[in-house]
Design a protein around this ligand. Structure first.
Ligand SMILES: O=P(O)(O)O[C@H]1O[C@H](CO)[C@@H](O)[C@H]1O
Ligand SMILES: O=c1cc[nH]c(=O)[nH]1
Length: 240
């Protein structure tokens, strides 16, 4: 059956999936695959298929925020996907994280609304250990600077008290902020899926979020280098 939002059916979807927020990133990720072909492009959900290290990979964008990420995860699951790595962007919550450096996510603070529709907040959002270890091995072997730890997934950064919110999580050792990782890890765990995430830092701690994201869209070199490394790391992680 064709899924209503991603417009894919089970014969088109691999067990191995790369997720990202931005539809244009699907094209950049798929450039690392052999025989990449466009599968569907509906709303925020663009999908492509190709192969890496002899295995078929599906790449799908999820848009911004937990609700659409949860829709993508569930519809891909219905099509037979079992392992997911999110290649996302994040804003740093620690000054030691430079632009284009990667955050390898162990778990996420569930400051989003979407995951709470499915599980109480006492339920943790934790990454799949095997996918995370495989990515860590790749980054270590390639001498890439990365940061392992937890991130905070939220629903809005244009808040009047944004700086205070960031400081609060900074003091608790949270590495960065994104909007989908917690929901994907929570829902993935509930549904028996493996979910990992690697995030590219696009905003320095204490800097303006709007400016940082604009630089990313305008292809700032360090940010694009970070994205490329995140792509290699995720593809090796999924296929090793
Ligand atoms: O770059 P992506 O993967 O979309 O991730 C981050 O960027 C978006 C905000 O600009 C949010 O989706 C956030 O999670
Ligand atoms: O600061 C940032 C940058 C990207 N995504 C976020 O959620 N926050």
């Amino acid at each position: 059956m064709q899924q209503p939002h991603i417009l894919l059916s089970s014969d088109q979807v691999s067990e191995l999936v790369v997720l990202c927020g931005e539809p244009a990133r699907v094209d950049r990720i798929s450039a690392h695959l052999e025989n990449a072909t466009l599968l569907a492009d509906n709303r925020e959900f663009r999908s492509m298929s190709g192969s890496f290290a002899g295995k078929t990979i599906t790449v799908c964008s999820t848009g911004i925020g937990a609700p659409s990420a949860i829709i993508a995860l569930e519809e891909l699951r219905q099509c037979g996907a079992t392992q997911f790595i999110r290649i996302g962007s994040a804003g740093a919550l620690q000054p030691k994280i430079a632009l284009g450096e990667l955050i390898l996510v162990d778990g996420a603070v569930r400051d989003d609304g979407g995951s709470s529709s499915h599980a109480p907040l006492a339920y943790p959002a934790i990454a799949d250990r095997h996918l995370t270890c495989a990515m860590e091995t790749y980054l270590t072997e390639h001498n890439v600077t990365f940061h392992s730890g937890i991130v905070r997934s939220h629903d809005s950064f244009y808040r009047d008290d944004e700086m205070e919110v960031c400081k609060r999580w900074h003091h608790m050792g949270v590495l960065g902020a994104d909007m989908e990782t917690a929901a994907l890890m929570t829902l993935g765990r509930i549904k028996g899926l493996k979910v990992g995430a690697v995030l590219n830092n696009v905003v320095l701690y204490g800097n303006d979020v709007q400016e940082g994201i604009n630089d990313y869209v305008c292809s700032d070199d360090a940010l694009m280098r970070g994205e490329k490394m995140a792509i290699r790391c995720a593809l090796h992680g999924l296929t090793s």
